[in-house]
Design a protein around this ligand. Structure first.
Ligand code: IDC
Length: 480
């Protein structure tokens, strides 16, 4: 076992040497024409056996440091960490598993795991008892050990959230990170994230004061490990950090967090500006859902974000590795497997990320929000979605209809059928029509007040609301 490990390592060293000599970069995708940017490594295989990555990025890049806006290896090559964040490890301890990390590394090209340990919610580190703290510390250490054995980077995340200001539990944080940094001072793959998301008006100044003290505690043992510092407004106010970063410390990188269905261009612009100004940035948590961790997944926005991260060579971890019934979860809620997930076992969030990570992006079609249909008499019907919402259980669509007589003669009645992508049922009373709901369709017919439509005129303000257990969309429409 050991011998083959060594010869694989030798082989990978030779492979890397050949790549460096022939390309001058770790990653063949890097444009050799650009002289100014350091070369980029990401999920480059350390060693390839039958097409599978058998060693992680850490085997190749080793201990990282922070240079300009990026994480770099010892030779100054940019290393892009592409990872997965656990959900709260107290909620979902089962995914802190070597089996799961191996699957993520070998089948998803994931090179980093973030261990999210809540401080206040659900058996939080600071709100539970000593037995709970002990359990959480052991879980974090198991996670670090598995990642280390697999050659992956690992982020120890002090997941503040409902405790708002990291100063709330500063002494606990100092104790925790002293323990971790003493234990892992020599593990070059361990990264400390000292405050997930300050929020509720916590100022950058307050976060900074906290950070300076926790950094000092870590530096007592680990002189050079990378430390991620969060920023105000759920780690969105990176501009405040750029204006006043922590001085006199090395290997500090700041987190920016986004949820692509909530945060758009304005936050992307902020990220770009921070990176352009030379601030080191790590997107240590992002989701493709909305900021609640649930709701619609806007696939186009999710791609807009990931393309920007790729363009800027920014490291990132997706939220979250769990099977909770919420759209940010990677695993389907009825799947309990810890590895070997088929596509059908994954939620859209998981299928999307695996596709991105394996260069096999899922295709998507923008949802239909308007349809038009004609009949032989020149009667035109338009249906459009004027509102849509989700209440945690059902998806709702409000549909507005207009019927326009583009023919030459008056008509004295009309009917049409709207089909949806899933079965639906009536919600509230519809208006200005006669409505029949069946399976995935609604048949709409005229009523006395709008049956007669003279040539060139139209009937408007016709509508209905439907609900579905699925994320329902418009599919098609026919006029009788
Ligand atoms: C959410 C989880 C959800 C859990 C909640 C606890 O997805 O299941 O009930 O936390 O308060 C963050 C946080 C992250 C949130 C996530 C989605 O870092 O803890 O997880 N989110 O709301 N910042 C922005 C979004």
């Amino acid at each position: 076992m050991k011998k083959s490990g060594i010869s694989r390592r030798l082989l990978s060293l030779i492979l890397v040497l050949i790549m460096v000599l022939s390309l001058g970069a770790c990653d063949g995708s890097n444009d050799p024409g650009e002289q100014n940017d350091p070369p980029v490594s990401s999920s480059d295989p350390g060693d390839v056996v039958s097409g599978k990555v058998v060693e992680g990025l850490f085997t190749e890049c080793g201990e990282l440091s922070v240079k300009g806006s990026h994480l770099v290896d010892e030779s100054g090559n940019i290393c892009v960490l592409k990872g997965v964040s656990t959900h709260g490890i107290a909620w979902y301890p089962q995914y802190v598993s070597k089996e799961t990390f191996t699957e993520l590394r070998d089948e998803w090209n994931v090179n980093t795991v973030r261990l999210a340990m809540y401080t206040a919610e659900y058996n939080g580190y600071c709100t539970g008892d000593e037995a709970n703290r002990q359990k959480l510390r052991e879980l974090v250490c198991s996670g670090v050990d598995y990642a280390t054995e697999l050659g992956m980077y690992v982020i120890v995340d002090w997941h503040i959230l409902s405790d708002n200001d990291p100063n709330t539990y500063k002494s606990e944080a100092i104790e925790f990170f002293s323990f971790m940094s003493e234990k892992y001072a020599d593990n070059g793959n361990v990264i400390y994230e000292i405050c997930n998301e300050p929020n509720s008006g916590t100022s950058w100044n307050s976060v900074k004061t906290y950070a300076v003290d926790v950094i000092a505690a870590i530096r007592k043992y680990d002189k050079d490990g990378v430390i991620i510092v969060g920023c105000p407004t759920w780690s969105q106010d990176i501009d405040k950090v750029a204006a006043d970063p922590i001085k006199g410390e090395e290997n500090i990188i700041y987190s920016l967090h986004y949820y692509s269905s909530t945060h758009g261009d304005w936050l992307r612009d902020r990220l770009r500006a921070a990176v352009d100004s030379g601030l080191p940035v790590f997107v240590s948590e992002f989701g493709v859902s909305d900021a609640s961790g649930n709701g619609e997944i806007d696939v186009a926005e999710a791609y807009a974000w990931i393309d920007l991260l790729d363009e800027l060579s920014i490291s990132r971890c997706i939220w979250s590795l769990c099977n909770k019934d919420e759209s940010s979860a990677l695993i389907g809620s009825d799947c309990t497997k810890l590895s070997g997930w088929a596509d059908a076992d994954l939620k859209l969030s998981g299928r999307w990320y695996k596709g991105v990570m394996t260069d096999n992006r899922i295709e998507y079609e923008a949802p239909v929000t308007e349809l038009t249909a004609f009949n032989d008499n020149g009667i035109k019907a338009d249906v459009s979605i004027s509102n849509s919402w989700y209440d945690g259980k059902y998806y709702y669509l409000q549909c507005d209809i207009a019927v326009c007589n583009e023919g030459k003669k008056a008509i004295s009645g009309w009917s049409l059928t709207v089909n949806f992508t899933h079965d639906i049922s009536q919600e509230q009373l519809p208006w200005n029509g006669s409505f029949a709901y069946e399976g995935n369709s609604v048949k709409v017919s005229s009523v006395k007040s709008n049956a007669e439509i003279p040539a060139g005129a139209s009937a408007r303000n016709i509508g209905f609301i439907i609900k579905s257990t699925e994320n329902v969309k418009l599919e098609s429409m026919f006029m009788d």
